[in-house]
Design a protein around this ligand. Structure first.
Ligand SMILES: *[C@@H]1O[C@H](CO)[C@@H](O)[C@H](O)[C@H]1NC(C)=O
Ligand SMILES: *[C@@H]1O[C@H](CO)[C@@H](O)[C@H](O)[C@H]1NC(C)=O
Ligand SMILES: *[C@@H]1O[C@H](CO)[C@@H](O)[C@H](O)[C@H]1NC(C)=O
Ligand SMILES: *[C@@H]1O[C@H](CO)[C@@H](O)[C@H](O)[C@H]1NC(C)=O
Length: 311
């Protein structure tokens, strides 16, 4: 495997939500030259020229009156039935009104390169892409049940909270127990696993946009579909007819599948941030964060450098 062209890093801690900001900081490294230059110029010193600090913006503003409309774009309410073992995400059923993360990713992909927009709007588009490519990897952001777990009572380190918040708590706990206690060291560990560790063998699949159940002969070259879809989208540029792309839908289905395995598999009263639940969640958290960080880089590389430019 060729080494990544550029390793751009990301840090900073502020508020917690979704996977928690700690999680978002570990996302987005392997940027190609034009993508990196665009990111640095667009984000500027306000975000330390990097995607990590900027990834938290979308969570910070969604409760403000001016950005209330964006709150629904952080997730897709998959109307499936994980409690009975049926997981699925359907574009029409779950995102028919286009007010969901799937359509938002397409929309902001068009907008981030729209020359008619001003600098603030373009920065906003980049910050949304940054954030949403992370969120879509979080199983509870791809699930309608109990408002994505927000309404399910659960315990983390002896504190009663909700299931959604537990998943944030587990990221922090994972970093504290196994990754040196800082988002920087966690990010470095995940990058190392991608470059030369347990994730190395998986990266081709991460970019293939085919489901794991797809027959091998149907699979395209890694990145090919992603490049094709983004090129077509940017060529069409019809803001009023933005429809979700196939790759994010495949990624959403991947996350959603975990809702049928580990996410809801606990008994009430159990402390989810220690013990069996935590142990089965950690590999999923590591995988999803690493994967979505890699995909975010691929996404921006395709937009600005014309190809995934990744191994
Ligand atoms: C800004 O990024 C650089 C590396 O790109 C890092 O060394 C520095 O600590 C960061 N500063 C802050 C405030 O995060
Ligand atoms: C695309 O984003 C813009 C700016 O945030 C928003 O006003 C518009 O409604 C979005 N369009 C779609 C189809 O989501
Ligand atoms: C939770 O409470 C139990 C019983 O009070 C205690 O033994 C344990 O150390 C606590 N765990 C944490 C993580 O605080
Ligand atoms: C990858 O890891 C193996 C050991 O796991 C080591 O022998 C090898 O030198 C590493 N390669 C690179 C390029 O870091």
């Amino acid at each position: 495997m060729a080494l990544p062209t550029v390793l751009a890093f990301m840090l900073l801690v502020s508020r917690i939500s979704a996977w928690g900001n700690l999680g978002h900081e570990t996302i987005g490294y392997f940027l190609a030259p034009n993508a990196l230059a665009f990111v640095q110029t667009t984000l500027g010193s306000q975000y330390n020229f990097s995607l990590g600090p900027a990834a938290t913006w979308a969570d910070q503003v969604k409760s403000e009156p001016e950005f209330k409309w964006s709150a629904n774009l952080h997730f897709v309410d998959a109307e499936d039935s994980p409690m009975t073992g049926e997981c699925s995400v359907e574009e029409q059923r779950d995102c028919g009104d286009q007010q969901c993360i799937l359509a938002a990713i397409a929309n902001y992909t068009v907008r981030v390169t729209d020359q008619t927009l001003n600098a603030e709007q373009i920065q906003e588009a980049l910050k949304f892409i940054d954030h949403f490519l992370g969120d879509i990897g979080q199983p509870l952001h791809v699930e309608a049940v109990a408002e994505g777990g927000n309404e399910i009572s659960a315990i983390c380190l002896n504190k009663t909270t909700n299931l959604h918040a537990v998943h944030t708590g587990m990221v922090t706990q994972n970093i504290d127990l196994s990754h040196g206690g800082t988002p920087e060291t966690y990010a470095a560990d995940l990058v190392q696993q991608i470059k030369n560790g347990s994730f190395l063998a998986l990266t081709e699949d991460w970019l293939s946009c085919s489901s794991i159940t797809e027959p091998v002969f149907n699979k395209r070259a890694p990145g090919a579909q992603l490049e094709h879809e983004i090129a077509r989208l940017l060529h069409a540029r019809q803001d009023d007819t933005i429809t979700p792309l196939e790759c994010p839908l495949v990624w959403a289905r991947e996350s959603n599948a975990f809702d049928c395995t580990v996410v809801f598999d606990f008994t009430s009263g159990e402390d989810l941030c220690v013990g069996a639940y935590f142990d089965s969640a950690v590999p999923v958290i590591d995988l999803q964060l690493a994967k979505q960080g890699f995909r975010l880089a691929a996404w921006l590389n395709v937009i600005f450098d014309g190809a995934t430019s990744l191994p």
